[in-house]
Design a protein around this ligand. Structure first.
Ligand code: GRF
Length: 219
């Protein structure tokens, strides 16, 4: 069966990109990375694309007069590589409403907290300041509302007493690297569907997996 073509959008380090590239390099993995787009020319993650022989493009917002024209340029590159699913992996640009509409239910993001808690930036410090005992990562569908789209899967890790934001980030990042490829696999296998919820955003159902498969617990 043809592999699902993913486009990965990055802005920096690209460790989640690397975890996706590694998964896609497995012969039996049902998805491939068709292109990597970076919003920053100096993103370290671009080297991973080179290492795996995946085409890469840099698109700087500085070359565009507004968000939508930037978004359209990104979209054109994704389309030119036949991308079917967009994976945001540390992509630091906020889209205009145009992009999530164009790619509706076809954009994933990984966020380093257990959404809906701790949206936005500085999430690890937010979690420590709130005194939560469990934090983690969430892969969700992207909608025009920041960090508020339907949740696909989560990885939970403990928050230790005395944790710094750096220590917690590292623990969560290790879980992210397991979580994102798992979700990409489910998408490629056609297991992910949306179920309406009255008066709310739809909920994600993953067909043909164990009831607890969409939660990783990494103590
Ligand atoms: C990750 O923590 C991810 O959850 C967040 O941005 C960070 C990106 O890290 N959205 P990397 O570039 O994948 O290493």
């Amino acid at each position: 069966m043809a592999k699902l073509k993913a486009g990965v959008l990055i802005s920096g380090r690209g460790s989640n990109l690397l975890s996706l590239l590694r998964a896609c390099a497995e012969p039996d993995f049902p998805a491939s990375v068709a292109v990597v787009v970076s919003s920053h020319a100096d993103a370290a993650g671009l080297a991973h694309a080179d290492r795996f022989g995946v085409p890469k493009t840099v698109i700087s917002h500085r070359d565009y007069s507004n968000r939508e024209s930037f978004d359209r340029a990104v979209s054109t590159v994704l389309e030119s590589h036949g991308v079917e699913l967009v994976c945001l992996a540390g992509f630091m640009r906020i889209f205009s409403p145009w992009f999530p509409t164009r790619w509706a239910n076809r954009i994933l993001n990984i966020h380093p907290s257990l959404l809906p808690s701790f949206k936005g930036l500085d999430v690890h410090q937010q979690a420590i300041d709130a005194g939560v005992r469990v934090s983690g990562a969430t892969v969700h569908l992207v909608t025009p509302d920041l960090d508020a789209g339907p949740i696909v899967a989560q990885a939970a890790v403990p928050v230790h007493q005395g944790d710094t934001a750096e220590k917690l980030a590292a623990r969560i990042l290790a879980a992210e690297h397991e979580l994102y490829p798992l979700v990409l696999r489910w998408f490629a296998e056609g297991r992910v569907r949306l179920e309406p919820v009255a008066g709310k955003i739809p909920r994600v159902v993953i067909d043909g997996v164990a009831p607890d498969a969409a939660l990783l617990w990494r103590p």
